[in-house]
Design a protein. Sequence first.
Length: 318
Amino acid sequence: MKGRLAVGIFCLVGVCIGCRSQIAQQPKPQDAQISNNNNSLQIYAAKNDGESKIYVQSPGAGSAHRLTNRRSGWETFPALSRSGTVVAYALSDGEEAKSEVWVSRIDGSHAHRVSAPEEDAFMPAFGADDRTLLYAKSRFTGHYSPIARPRRHEFDIVKIIVDPDDSAPVAAPTELTQQHFFDLRSLSVSPDGERFLISTSGYPIGSLIEEFDIVKPLQIKGIFQPHVPSEPSLGASFGQAAYVGDGMQIVFTAATEGKDGNYDYSVYQMSDVTGGDLITLVQHSGMIDDLNVKNDGSIFISAGGKRYLVDKQAHVLR
Protein backbone atom coordinates (compact mmCIF):
# COMPACT_ATOMS: atom_id res chain seq x y z
CA MET A 1 0.00 0.00 0.00
CA LYS A 2 1.32 3.39 -0.89
CA GLY A 3 1.55 5.92 1.95
CA ARG A 4 1.37 9.05 -0.21
CA LEU A 5 -1.19 11.77 0.43
CA ALA A 6 -1.67 14.42 -2.24
CA VAL A 7 -3.57 17.50 -1.10
CA GLY A 8 -5.94 18.87 -3.71
CA ILE A 9 -8.50 21.66 -3.46
CA PHE A 10 -9.09 22.18 0.24
CA CYS A 11 -11.98 24.25 1.58
CA LEU A 12 -12.81 24.54 5.26
CA VAL A 13 -14.33 27.35 7.30
CA GLY A 14 -14.58 29.60 4.28
CA VAL A 15 -10.96 29.23 3.12
CA CYS A 16 -10.27 27.77 -0.35
CA ILE A 17 -6.75 27.18 -1.60
CA GLY A 18 -5.51 25.02 -4.44
CA CYS A 19 -2.17 23.38 -3.79
CA ARG A 20 -0.24 20.16 -4.08
CA SER A 21 2.16 18.85 -1.51
CA GLN A 22 3.97 15.73 -0.33
CA ILE A 23 3.42 14.65 3.27
CA ALA A 24 6.53 13.54 5.11
CA GLN A 25 6.57 10.13 6.71
CA GLN A 26 6.08 9.90 10.45
CA PRO A 27 7.66 7.43 12.87
CA LYS A 28 5.72 5.29 15.33
CA PRO A 29 3.24 5.16 17.05
CA GLN A 30 1.44 3.14 14.45
CA ASP A 31 -2.25 2.93 13.59
CA ALA A 32 -3.01 5.93 15.78
CA GLN A 33 -6.55 6.89 16.64
CA ILE A 34 -6.35 10.58 17.38
CA SER A 35 -8.46 13.06 19.32
CA ASN A 36 -7.69 16.76 19.55
CA ASN A 37 -8.90 20.09 20.77
CA ASN A 38 -7.95 23.69 20.05
CA ASN A 39 -4.90 23.87 22.30
CA SER A 40 -2.94 21.36 20.18
CA LEU A 41 -3.11 18.68 22.85
CA GLN A 42 -3.01 15.28 21.17
CA ILE A 43 -4.21 11.97 22.53
CA TYR A 44 -3.89 8.79 20.52
CA ALA A 45 -3.96 5.01 20.72
CA ALA A 46 -0.85 3.30 19.35
CA LYS A 47 -0.75 -0.37 18.41
CA ASN A 48 2.67 -1.92 18.78
CA ASP A 49 4.00 -5.42 19.58
CA GLY A 50 0.57 -6.88 20.24
CA GLU A 51 -0.55 -4.05 22.53
CA SER A 52 -2.63 -0.90 22.17
CA LYS A 53 -1.94 1.91 24.61
CA ILE A 54 -3.13 5.52 24.84
CA TYR A 55 -0.60 8.35 24.81
CA VAL A 56 -0.86 12.09 25.48
CA GLN A 57 1.25 14.65 23.63
CA SER A 58 1.18 18.01 25.41
CA PRO A 59 1.95 21.29 23.57
CA GLY A 60 5.70 21.90 23.54
CA ALA A 61 6.53 18.50 25.04
CA GLY A 62 9.36 16.62 23.41
CA SER A 63 7.69 13.25 23.67
CA ALA A 64 4.33 11.70 24.50
CA HIS A 65 3.51 9.94 27.76
CA ARG A 66 1.13 7.11 28.65
CA LEU A 67 -2.33 8.10 29.87
CA THR A 68 -2.49 5.08 32.16
CA ASN A 69 0.03 2.80 33.84
CA ARG A 70 -1.78 -0.46 33.08
CA ARG A 71 0.47 -3.40 32.36
CA SER A 72 -2.26 -5.23 30.46
CA GLY A 73 -5.39 -4.26 28.56
CA TRP A 74 -6.18 -3.11 25.03
CA GLU A 75 -6.80 0.69 25.07
CA THR A 76 -8.45 2.18 21.98
CA PHE A 77 -10.84 4.88 20.67
CA PRO A 78 -9.55 7.82 22.77
CA ALA A 79 -11.87 10.84 22.86
CA LEU A 80 -10.99 14.22 24.35
CA SER A 81 -13.64 16.53 25.79
CA ARG A 82 -13.94 20.00 24.26
CA SER A 83 -12.34 21.55 27.35
CA GLY A 84 -9.33 19.26 26.93
CA THR A 85 -9.52 18.08 30.54
CA VAL A 86 -11.41 14.77 30.32
CA VAL A 87 -10.64 11.62 28.32
CA ALA A 88 -12.90 8.71 27.38
CA TYR A 89 -11.64 5.49 25.82
CA ALA A 90 -12.43 1.81 25.27
CA LEU A 91 -10.73 -0.88 27.35
CA SER A 92 -10.68 -4.61 26.64
CA ASP A 93 -8.53 -7.70 27.13
CA GLY A 94 -7.60 -7.87 23.44
CA GLU A 95 -8.23 -6.53 19.97
CA GLU A 96 -11.38 -8.56 19.40
CA ALA A 97 -12.54 -8.95 23.01
CA LYS A 98 -15.61 -7.38 24.59
CA SER A 99 -14.79 -3.83 25.68
CA GLU A 100 -15.89 -1.20 28.19
CA VAL A 101 -15.92 2.61 28.05
CA TRP A 102 -13.80 4.33 30.68
CA VAL A 103 -13.41 8.01 31.65
CA SER A 104 -10.52 9.78 33.39
CA ARG A 105 -8.95 13.18 33.79
CA ILE A 106 -6.30 14.12 31.22
CA ASP A 107 -3.59 13.23 33.76
CA GLY A 108 -5.02 9.71 34.03
CA SER A 109 -6.50 10.21 37.49
CA HIS A 110 -10.03 9.21 38.56
CA ALA A 111 -10.21 6.48 35.90
CA HIS A 112 -13.45 4.50 36.07
CA ARG A 113 -15.83 2.53 33.88
CA VAL A 114 -19.00 4.33 32.74
CA SER A 115 -20.62 1.78 30.40
CA ALA A 116 -22.98 -0.82 31.80
CA PRO A 117 -21.30 -4.05 32.97
CA GLU A 118 -23.02 -6.26 30.39
CA GLU A 119 -22.41 -3.98 27.41
CA ASP A 120 -19.82 -4.43 24.66
CA ALA A 121 -19.11 -0.68 24.49
CA PHE A 122 -16.59 1.41 22.55
CA MET A 123 -16.18 4.44 20.24
CA PRO A 124 -16.96 7.20 22.82
CA ALA A 125 -17.63 10.81 21.74
CA PHE A 126 -18.16 13.80 24.04
CA GLY A 127 -21.04 16.22 23.70
CA ALA A 128 -20.74 19.97 24.24
CA ASP A 129 -19.48 19.59 27.84
CA ASP A 130 -17.33 17.29 29.98
CA ARG A 131 -20.31 15.34 31.35
CA THR A 132 -22.26 14.29 28.26
CA LEU A 133 -20.85 11.21 26.57
CA LEU A 134 -22.13 9.10 23.70
CA TYR A 135 -20.76 5.70 22.76
CA ALA A 136 -21.58 2.71 20.58
CA LYS A 137 -22.53 -0.72 21.83
CA SER A 138 -22.71 -4.04 20.02
CA ARG A 139 -25.25 -6.73 20.77
CA PHE A 140 -23.69 -9.51 18.70
CA THR A 141 -20.18 -10.71 17.85
CA GLY A 142 -20.02 -13.27 15.09
CA HIS A 143 -21.02 -13.38 11.45
CA TYR A 144 -24.07 -14.27 9.44
CA SER A 145 -21.92 -16.42 7.17
CA PRO A 146 -20.06 -19.45 8.63
CA ILE A 147 -17.07 -18.87 6.36
CA ALA A 148 -16.54 -15.18 7.19
CA ARG A 149 -14.44 -13.83 10.05
CA PRO A 150 -16.54 -13.07 13.16
CA ARG A 151 -16.93 -9.40 14.07
CA ARG A 152 -19.27 -7.02 15.88
CA HIS A 153 -22.80 -6.39 14.61
CA GLU A 154 -26.15 -4.97 15.76
CA PHE A 155 -24.91 -1.56 16.89
CA ASP A 156 -26.78 1.20 18.68
CA ILE A 157 -25.80 4.53 20.23
CA VAL A 158 -25.97 5.14 23.98
CA LYS A 159 -25.86 8.40 25.97
CA ILE A 160 -24.65 8.71 29.55
CA ILE A 161 -24.00 11.60 31.95
CA VAL A 162 -20.62 11.16 33.63
CA ASP A 163 -18.78 12.76 36.53
CA PRO A 164 -15.07 12.84 35.69
CA ASP A 165 -14.15 12.95 39.39
CA ASP A 166 -16.55 10.35 40.78
CA SER A 167 -16.78 6.69 39.84
CA ALA A 168 -20.39 6.49 41.01
CA PRO A 169 -22.70 6.65 37.98
CA VAL A 170 -24.72 9.86 37.64
CA ALA A 171 -27.52 8.00 35.86
CA ALA A 172 -28.10 4.80 33.95
CA PRO A 173 -27.13 4.79 30.25
CA THR A 174 -29.90 5.81 27.84
CA GLU A 175 -30.19 4.05 24.49
CA LEU A 176 -30.63 6.74 21.83
CA THR A 177 -31.23 4.46 18.87
CA GLN A 178 -32.96 1.16 18.41
CA GLN A 179 -31.77 0.52 14.89
CA HIS A 180 -29.53 -2.55 15.43
CA PHE A 181 -27.17 -1.22 12.74
CA PHE A 182 -25.45 -4.02 10.85
CA ASP A 183 -22.23 -2.06 10.58
CA LEU A 184 -20.78 1.02 12.31
CA ARG A 185 -17.61 2.81 11.22
CA SER A 186 -17.69 6.08 13.17
CA LEU A 187 -19.58 8.25 15.66
CA SER A 188 -19.32 12.05 15.75
CA VAL A 189 -21.15 14.66 17.86
CA SER A 190 -21.83 18.16 16.51
CA PRO A 191 -19.99 21.08 18.19
CA ASP A 192 -23.23 22.33 19.77
CA GLY A 193 -23.91 18.88 21.20
CA GLU A 194 -27.36 18.66 19.62
CA ARG A 195 -26.74 16.10 16.85
CA PHE A 196 -24.74 12.99 16.19
CA LEU A 197 -23.50 11.44 12.97
CA ILE A 198 -22.73 7.83 12.14
CA SER A 199 -21.26 6.00 9.16
CA THR A 200 -23.05 2.72 8.61
CA SER A 201 -24.52 0.44 5.96
CA GLY A 202 -27.99 -0.88 5.27
CA TYR A 203 -29.50 -3.50 3.02
CA PRO A 204 -30.08 -3.12 0.10
CA ILE A 205 -29.03 0.54 -0.19
CA GLY A 206 -25.41 0.07 0.97
CA SER A 207 -23.14 2.60 2.71
CA LEU A 208 -24.86 5.52 4.42
CA ILE A 209 -24.04 8.54 6.55
CA GLU A 210 -26.93 9.17 8.95
CA GLU A 211 -27.66 12.09 11.27
CA PHE A 212 -29.83 12.13 14.41
CA ASP A 213 -31.07 14.74 16.90
CA ILE A 214 -29.92 13.78 20.38
CA VAL A 215 -33.18 14.95 21.96
CA LYS A 216 -35.27 13.09 19.35
CA PRO A 217 -32.93 10.26 18.26
CA LEU A 218 -35.60 7.85 17.07
CA GLN A 219 -36.42 10.28 14.26
CA ILE A 220 -33.63 10.19 11.68
CA LYS A 221 -32.73 13.79 10.86
CA GLY A 222 -30.88 13.11 7.62
CA ILE A 223 -29.57 10.32 5.40
CA PHE A 224 -26.66 11.02 3.07
CA GLN A 225 -25.21 8.89 0.31
CA PRO A 226 -22.86 11.18 -1.62
CA HIS A 227 -21.36 9.89 -4.85
CA VAL A 228 -17.66 10.57 -5.33
CA PRO A 229 -15.72 10.46 -8.60
CA SER A 230 -14.60 6.95 -9.64
CA GLU A 231 -16.55 5.28 -6.84
CA PRO A 232 -16.74 1.46 -6.92
CA SER A 233 -19.05 -0.08 -9.51
CA LEU A 234 -21.02 -1.71 -6.69
CA GLY A 235 -21.87 1.71 -5.26
CA ALA A 236 -20.68 4.14 -2.60
CA SER A 237 -18.44 2.79 0.15
CA PHE A 238 -17.72 5.08 3.11
CA GLY A 239 -15.24 4.93 5.95
CA GLN A 240 -15.44 7.43 8.79
CA ALA A 241 -17.53 10.62 8.85
CA ALA A 242 -17.28 13.62 11.19
CA TYR A 243 -18.58 17.14 11.67
CA VAL A 244 -16.19 19.97 10.88
CA GLY A 245 -16.09 23.66 11.81
CA ASP A 246 -19.42 24.83 13.17
CA GLY A 247 -21.11 21.54 12.31
CA MET A 248 -22.54 22.76 9.01
CA GLN A 249 -20.08 20.67 7.03
CA ILE A 250 -19.25 16.95 7.11
CA VAL A 251 -15.93 15.35 6.18
CA PHE A 252 -15.78 11.66 5.29
CA THR A 253 -13.63 9.04 3.63
CA ALA A 254 -14.92 7.16 0.59
CA ALA A 255 -13.58 4.47 -1.70
CA THR A 256 -12.58 4.95 -5.33
CA GLU A 257 -11.48 2.39 -7.89
CA GLY A 258 -7.72 1.90 -7.54
CA LYS A 259 -5.16 -0.12 -9.39
CA ASP A 260 -5.18 -3.92 -9.61
CA GLY A 261 -8.79 -4.09 -8.45
CA ASN A 262 -8.05 -2.55 -5.04
CA TYR A 263 -9.84 0.45 -3.53
CA ASP A 264 -8.25 3.76 -2.64
CA TYR A 265 -9.77 5.95 0.09
CA SER A 266 -9.76 9.74 -0.11
CA VAL A 267 -11.20 12.51 2.10
CA TYR A 268 -14.17 14.62 1.01
CA GLN A 269 -16.34 17.40 2.39
CA MET A 270 -20.04 18.06 1.86
CA SER A 271 -22.77 20.29 3.24
CA ASP A 272 -24.61 18.99 6.29
CA VAL A 273 -27.65 21.00 5.18
CA THR A 274 -28.03 19.76 1.61
CA GLY A 275 -25.65 16.82 1.29
CA GLY A 276 -24.23 18.63 -1.75
CA ASP A 277 -21.32 21.00 -2.44
CA LEU A 278 -18.95 18.03 -2.60
CA ILE A 279 -15.25 18.93 -2.40
CA THR A 280 -12.24 16.63 -2.60
CA LEU A 281 -9.98 17.49 0.32
CA VAL A 282 -7.27 14.82 0.20
CA GLN A 283 -6.51 12.33 -2.57
CA HIS A 284 -4.88 9.20 -1.23
CA SER A 285 -3.59 5.88 -2.57
CA GLY A 286 -4.46 3.02 -0.22
CA MET A 287 -6.47 2.75 2.99
CA ILE A 288 -7.08 5.50 5.54
CA ASP A 289 -7.11 4.02 9.03
CA ASP A 290 -8.44 6.96 10.99
CA LEU A 291 -9.93 10.41 10.40
CA ASN A 292 -10.30 12.99 13.15
CA VAL A 293 -11.27 16.67 12.97
CA LYS A 294 -9.98 19.27 15.43
CA ASN A 295 -12.21 22.09 16.65
CA ASP A 296 -10.30 24.58 14.49
CA GLY A 297 -11.07 22.62 11.29
CA SER A 298 -7.72 20.86 10.94
CA ILE A 299 -7.85 17.20 9.97
CA PHE A 300 -5.72 14.40 11.38
CA ILE A 301 -5.28 11.35 9.18
CA SER A 302 -3.75 8.01 10.13
CA ALA A 303 -2.72 5.95 7.11
CA GLY A 304 -0.26 3.14 6.66
CA GLY A 305 1.11 3.46 10.19
CA LYS A 306 1.83 7.19 9.70
CA ARG A 307 0.04 10.23 11.14
CA TYR A 308 -0.58 13.39 9.16
CA LEU A 309 -2.07 16.79 10.03
CA VAL A 310 -3.55 19.00 7.33
CA ASP A 311 -4.73 22.43 8.50
CA LYS A 312 -7.78 24.36 7.28
CA GLN A 313 -5.63 26.21 4.73
CA ALA A 314 -4.37 22.98 3.16
CA HIS A 315 -0.88 23.30 4.64
CA VAL A 316 0.67 19.94 5.49
CA LEU A 317 1.95 20.40 9.03
CA ARG A 318 3.38 16.97 9.90
